[in-house]
Design a protein around this ligand. Structure first.
Ligand code: SF4
Length: 74
C-alpha cells in the first residue's frame, strides 16, 4: 500500500485544524480557514498522513493508494 493521493472535501471541512497539528507538512488552512493539501504532502510518512485523516472530526480527508482506491475512510 502506497498513499498516492490525498483530498480534502472543502464542503465538509470545519477548519478544526486537527490535521494541521498532526501533519503540518501535509495540510494547512487557507485564507478561508479550510484545510488544503500542501504540495509536498506525499513526502510525509504514510502513518502520519493516515493519522491525520483519521483525526478529522468530520472525515473530510480521503486517502487513496496508487490504484486510486480509497484507503480511508474505508
Ligand atoms: S481535521 Fe478535518 S475538519 Fe479539521 S481542518 Fe483538517 S480537514 Fe478540516
Amino acid at each position: 500500500m502506497k498513499i498516492s493521493k490525498i483530498t480534502v472535501d472543502r464542503s465538509v471541512c470545519i477548519g478544526s485544524a486537527t490535521c494541521v497539528v498532526i501533519a503540518p507538512d501535509a495540510f494547512e488552512l487557507d485564507s478561508e480557514g479550510i484545510s488544503v493539501v500542501k504540495l509536498d504532502a506525499l513526502k510525509v510518512d504514510q502513518e502520519t498522513l493516515l493519522n491525520a485523516a483519521k483525526s478529522c472530526p468530520v472525515q473530510a480527508i480521503s486517502v487513496f493508494d496508487e490504484d486510486d482506491s480509497r484507503i480511508f475512510p474505508a
